[in-house]
Design a protein around this ligand. Sequence first.
Ligand SMILES: [Zn+2]
Length: 464
Amino acid sequence: MLTIHNNLSKKKQAFKPIDPKNVRIYVCGMTVYDLCHLGHARVLVVFDVVNRYLRQVFGAGHVTYVRNITDIDDKIIKRANENGEHIDQLTHRYIDEMNKDADALGVIRPDEEPRATTHMTQIIDMISALIERGHAYAANNGDVYYDVSTFKKYGQLSGKQLEDLRAGERVAVDEAKDDPLDFVLWKAAKPNEPFWESPWGNGRPGWHIECSAMSTHCLGNHFDIHGGGLDLQFPHHENEIAQAEGASGEKFVNVWMHNGFVRIDEEKMSKSLGNFFTIREVLEKYDPEVVRYFILTSHYRSPLNYSDKHLDNAKGALTTLYTALRGIDAANNVPCGEHCARFIKAMDDDFNTAEALAVLFDMAREINRIKESDVRQAAQLAGEMKQLGFLLGLLQRDADEFLKGGSIAASGGLSDLAIDALITQRLDARKNKNWAESDRIRDELKSKGIILEDGPQGTSWRRG
Ligand SMILES: [Zn+2]
């Protein structure tokens, strides 16, 4: 029986889907104006494992996983202006970059990836419903605000009370708002900003309303699981509940899941502290599967402490697992045995991936013990280990390939991702008939021991 810690009830509870034939989960995705960082890597990997495991428990066709993209926002507008480009150009580029990182980390693409700019109708409809039901008001300045005093359960997720928030007086007083705690649903357009037409004039949505509108549009008013980083619990998720339930009059989400923060060498990761890492930077040093393994060594609710030492340990651990698998022709469709039962028990316990990894180690030890003496049993165990590894997105590569992957340093420090990026550049050059540039990239890769093979299916590569 799968149990999940529900941040709404603050308890670990048996997970009972509303409809076992369609288990529905929504996770807050990225705001696309820059490269993804390690905090994003954690959200991507943690909820990928949740998605994989739900598919295992309820059947692959019985889970709908939605992760949104915020493609209109102050930071996006600011960055596009700085770059002198159209916001669509900027957001499409960073959606591509995000997908490259997610793919490298072995993240299965969500079933739906709604974008705010293509859901304006749903967003405007939800704001209209909120006004109609007395939860929102249009201010004199053209903004629309949510009136938090009208939603009695405000604070239920974060445990914050309106009175305490008011007493804190940290909320800036804004003349347009009836109450400083009211939050914006629709922002009136400022000069030179992109805008959409609405009953309240030209403008754009606030960030919180996007998620309420997109999640209920994709999954219905009431669905099973809503996830995201712990930093989103307040005010983002608290506001999502107020909006969705205020507009529909129905319960919004049964289970709220939040993954913990990423810390760097026991410090908070932040640009101002200079210890801020993009996924891309980390993947220049480490194999993406090592990064994934590292993320899963901590329980998703705990803080995750990044350090080179921890990444080196993860690499060592993964090397041990792949070494056990090397040279074995793993069996397929192995029935769930004793190890598998322990693995499932760990995962059923609020996705205890650290414990699940420990089971894989026991299997590796067992395989090493019988590898020579009982080839058939070793093949069965290896097959079972790979099946369980799949649920964590690990151990799916050829063991030799992974073990040889240490050759990243040998190939001039080029990661798989960097090589793919260069191949894409070369492809663009060829499309533009820029043969000199195409040859230059080929030679650059060759000098680093990467051999390209052009074929009818495109360009493949191997480390020479
Ligand atoms: Zn969200």
